[in-house]
Design a protein around this ligand. Structure first.
Ligand SMILES: Cc1ncc(COP(=O)(O)O)c(C=O)c1O
Length: 394
């Protein structure tokens, strides 16, 4: 059969990263590549107890079709939890999604026409580019530095009239891939530009709770509530296999997102929602998340110490994230990450070449390292191997 593909299907490329990451799955390899939360942090016992309780108390409802908006008590929990970020959200603005990845897909469907301009950070989350691209936008990279997007370049690219950007997609906290965080001043400047130019913000915040020493500044959405869609996730604070996330939308936009959600999957699994609501009641998250923060902080410190030790004098630079799962490395001038990965894998260590995360003008000398999946011992051994691969490439 000769299938004629839709134009949008033609735009769906196999993620370069998935292809590259296949080599990182070779048994025995130490991987700084994947974006996987540490399974040590999964609350297995609490989930088991909650599953039993939901099945014995509400089994018939929990296994039935349910409302597309999501399970009421979970929506209420989310609205309450967002207060700590300075967001005044009513539960009826909360749409429970099948991971925050679905939130990105729904946003793409309702806001992007073929040819619409959309703005992203440099670099940005690859999964967002994958969600946006099938809607055939023109993706424009906004200049960014260690603190996120440059507010003046954002103003210059916001556009007007028919050329006005549909939105800017931003990751203010412990960004994937770089681990960087927007300062308070930068948030204020970006929100000001968005307000003045009428530019909607899509704010993606799956890592915000994973701070090491101090919580990040209040969200962009708290400064621009009518012009923002905020995406959150349970993947990094409970477990990604639950596929539970949420979005917060202004009341005017919510119905369209809900219709897109209905078409996509009717609703997010109601059993998972009820189990998580059961786990979350009685303040579990306030006891649980500090244990994740402590573990990731220790892992991050181990990776930074190993970088200081092993990479001294090799001409690399890297940042020191204040939370999250990733850090970002700039290789010596002229050294490219993809050929380096080949050499590194032969020595038993893997990472993600940073070029995969750029919408335009990729910097091929960048590397994303995850510090959460490997153990401290593996981090130490892996960094020796990575330094050897770098020496060979000099
Ligand atoms: C920035 C960002 N947004 C969204 C997601 C999707 O997360 P999930 O669908 O598991 O909530 C991820 C996953 O790694 C991410 O890094």
């Amino acid at each position: 059969m000769n299938w004629t593909l839709a134009q949008r299907a033609e735009k769906m490329n196999p993620s370069v990263i998935r292809e590259i990451l296949k080599v990182t799955e070779i048994p025995g390899i130490i991987s700084f590549a994947g974006g996987l939360p540490s399974p040590q942090t999964f609350p297995i016992e609490e989930m088991r107890v909650a599953c039993e309780r939901v099945l014995s108390q509400d089994g018939k409802v929990a296994l039935q079709y349910a409302a597309s908006e999501g399970y009421g008590p979970l929506r209420e929990w989310v609205a309450q939890d967002l207060r700590k970020q300075g967001m005044q959200v009513s539960p009826d603005q909360v749409l429970i999604t099948t991971g925050s990845q679905q939130g990105l897909d729904l946003v793409a469907k309702i806001l992007i026409d073929a040819g619409s301009r959309i703005l992203v950070e440099t670099p940005t989350y690859l999964g967002a580019l994958q969600a946006f691209t099938p809607m055939e936008p023109t993706v424009v990279s906004v200049n960014s530095d260690a603190h996120g997007v440059d507010a003046e370049d954002l103003r210059a690219k916001a556009g007007t009239g028919a050329d006005k950007a549909r939105f800017v997609y931003l990751l203010p906290n412990f960004q994937n891939p770089t681990g960087r965080t927007m300062t308070e001043e930068r948030r204020a400047a970006v929100a000001q530009v968005a307000l003045e130019t009428g530019l909607p913000i899509i704010e993606d915040n799956p890592y915000g709770d994973l701070w090491f020493d101090a919580p990040p500044a209040p969200s962009l959405s708290s400064r621009h509530p009518d012009g923002s869609v905020y995406l959150g996730s349970f993947s990094k604070i409970l477990a990604p296999g639950l596929r539970l996330g949420y979005l917060i939308a202004p009341k005017t936009l919510y119905p369209k997102l809900l219709q897109a959600k209905q078409a996509a999957d009717l609703h997010t699994p109601s059993f998972n929602q009820r189990v998580v609501a059961e786990v979350l009641k009685d303040g579990f998250i306030d006891r649980h998340v500090p244990t994740i923060r402590a573990l990731y902080k220790k892992q991050c410190e181990a990776m930074l110490a190993a970088l200081d030790r092993e990479m001294a004098g090799l001409g690399l630079t890297w940042n020191r994230p204040a939370g999250g799962m990733f850090l970002w490395v700039q290789l010596p001038p002229g050294m490219k990450a993809i050929p380096l990965l080949d050499k590194a894998v032969k020595k038993g260590v893997a990472f993600v070449p940073g070029s995969a995360f750029y919408a335009q003008g990729a910097d091929e000398s960048t590397v994303r390292l995850s510090f959460v999946t490997a153990t401290v011992d593996q981090i130490n051994t892996g960094m020796v191997a990575l330094a050897a691969a770098i020496r060979e490439s000099l």
